[in-house]
Design a protein around this ligand. Structure first.
Ligand code: SF4
Length: 375
């Protein structure tokens, strides 16, 4: 960090800039604690544009803590289908249940208490406390770390907790009292649309251009400094799209671990030859009639990457369902059977829309329905 960098000088230009440039976002229109919480959890690991339709649908179906606490797991996962990191929504429900028991079904207006709830860390607690309750606390996420280290020319590793703590302390000191919500949002917004994470920052539009150290000293490409995360583990899988006439096969994943409780196309570790694939399907108690190789696909999770090869298999109709597997019609997946977007490429083979594609289609259907209807 440049010695004696004056952090106070950041405040006024930033707030002025934010007043004229804040994006209109659904969760900003009515920034209740519940809506801020839902949006912040959705926005972890997910882009703003992708979150918008999910957010609208979620708060419409589950408008408050109580409704979230009471929601059935399958409906909950269905509302989250395609957003990924499903533990986020499970933790939200656990937190909602705790709020129902301990806090009258409200999010506590207390920075420390918020952090005791499942899935709410320092950043999210800071965002809820400052934006929804006007409490003077910082909310430091990746965007904020980037803009602060760049403007002050700080080459410390932002993955390290002491560095995050130091930046929190600085922000707490310069934060204009009573305006923490606007201040925190302005910092996040600057990082999201001007001092952007990928590609060149738009310094010409930045309220801090005149005194930015990274800009003046040619350090933009170097800052923020981030120690490398562990390399992702690669897993090979064979995925089976098994159809019996109109229906296709799904199975439920275990209750623990990655994508817990979600539904998936049957799949197995490793790449199978056609012969091995047929044997696998027979072992499921099915009678294969025809097998065809279909597209490869890849899905990246935070710690693991799936490299998938697929087979479409036609099987003889079953008179009875096996215990472990479900024969499902595509239409049934509209309300039930949350399927993670890791299987997006294979869902296409059975005409099932997942995640944002599904929300978009629902939106279009609703638009069409609304045409000429007086509702
Ligand atoms: S001047 Fe450029 S590098 Fe510096 S904070 Fe603004 S956008 Fe980022």
């Amino acid at each position: 960090m440049q010695k004696d960098f004056d952090f106070e000088q950041l405040v006024e230009p930033l707030l002025l800039w934010f007043a004229g440039h804040a994006r209109i976002l659904p969760w900003r229109e009515e920034a209740t604690p519940y809506r801020v919480w839902v949006s912040e959890i959705m926005l972890q690991q997910t882009r703003v544009e992708a979150v918008k339709p999910y957010f609208e649908r979620f708060v419409e179906k589950l408008p408050d803590v109580e409704r979230l606490a009471d929601c059935e797991e399958e409906t909950l996962l269905k509302l989250w289908e395609g957003l990924g990191y499903y533990n986020r929504v499970r933790n939200m429900q656990a937190a909602a249940r705790e709020m129902t028991e301990q806090y009258n079904g409200e999010l506590p207006a207390d920075y420390g208490k918020l952090q005791t709830l499942k899935g709410i860390g320092r950043y999210t607690a800071g965002a809820i406390a400052s934006i929804a309750y006007g409490i003077d606390v910082p909310a430091v996420d990746g965007n904020v770390l980037r803009v602060i280290t760049r403007v002050s020319g700080d080459e410390a590793d932002i993955m390290k907790q002491p560095v995050k703590n130091k930046i929190e302390q600085i922000l707490l000191q310069i934060m204009p009292k009573g305006r923490a919500g606007a201040f925190n949002q302005a910092l996040m917004e600057l990082g999201a649309i001007v001092c952007v994470p990928n590609g060149k920052p738009h310094c010409g539009e930045c309220p801090w251009e005149a005194f930015c150290v990274a800009k003046a000293e040619g350090l933009i490409h170097k800052i923020p400094v981030k120690s490398r995360a562990k390399a992702r583990k690669e897993e090979h899988k064979t995925v089976f799209v098994i159809q019996d006439g109109e229906r296709f096969v799904l199975r439920r994943r275990k209750n623990k671990g990655l994508l817990a409780g979600m539904y998936e196309f049957p799949n197995a570790e490793g790449y199978f030859s056609e012969k091995e694939a047929l044997a696998y399907v027979e072992d499921m108690g099915l009678v294969p009639l025809h097998i065809q190789k279909i597209s490869d696909a890849k899905h990246v999770f935070s710690h693991v990457e799936w490299q998938m090869k697929g087979y479409a298999v036609k099987v003889a109709a079953l008179s009875e369902e096996e215990e472990q597997i479900l024969f499902v019609e595509p239409g049934e997946t509209r309300e039930r059977y949350p399927i993670p977007s890791a299987f997006l490429a294979y869902a296409d083979y059975v005409n099932v829309l997942l995640g944002s594609r599904k929300i978009k289609a629902e939106g279009q259907a609703a638009d069409n329905f609304n045409d000429g209807e007086d509702i």
